[in-house]
Design a protein around this ligand. Structure first.
Ligand code: FES
Ligand code: FES
Length: 157
């Protein structure tokens, strides 16, 4: 049986080409085929935000995104969010304020908030709450996550 046609896209800045079955979703491609396991599978239903990645800079739920649809696009996962020298200011803020407990939701929050701070460098608390409303956390009660985003904004994340 011939292999399916390849999808070509940039993944965390690197040109990537991989054969993809038509029904395969981006989350499976990233985690199972490309071994980028920082992106988490929570609900697999589009409700938790754990699987959030950036597609052309916009937060997207990789569990609901057909992998074929990223052909020609730029995909950034949590592995691509950090600068080469270490953690981003936002990631550091998560650590410093204790916004990570079990950590399962953290990659999705960081990816979502990275795009949000890029577009809203001086957000109000209400704007932050709205921006992360698609990401669920079962551990922290959200306050520490909001504080981390505020701290990163104050420090010029
Ligand atoms: S795993 Fe995609 S939204 Fe929950
Ligand atoms: S830190 Fe555990 S789900 Fe958010």
């Amino acid at each position: 049986m011939p292999s399916p046609p390849p999808v070509r896209f940039r993944l965390n800045g690197q040109p990537t080409e991989v054969a993809v079955e038509p029904a395969r979703v981006l989350l499976d491609l990233l985690r199972d085929d490309l071994r980028l396991t920082g992106t988490k599978r929570g609900c697999d239903l589009g409700t938790c935000g754990c699987c959030t990645v950036l597609v052309d800079g916009r937060p997207s739920l990789s569990c609901l995104t057909l992998a074929r649809l990223v052909d020609g696009r730029e995909v950034t996962t949590i592995e691509g969010v950090s600068p080469p020298q270490g953690l981003s200011p936002l990631q550091r803020a998560f650590v410093e304020v204790g916004a990570t407990q079990c950590g399962f939701c953290t990659p999705g929050f960081v990816v979502t908030a990275t795009a949000f701070l890029r577009d809203h460098p001086h957000p109000s608390r209400e704007e932050i709450v709205r921006a992360i409303s698609g990401n669920l956390c079962r551990c922290t009660g959200y306050l520490k996550i909001i504080e981390a985003i505020e701290r990163a904004a104050a420090g010029g994340a």
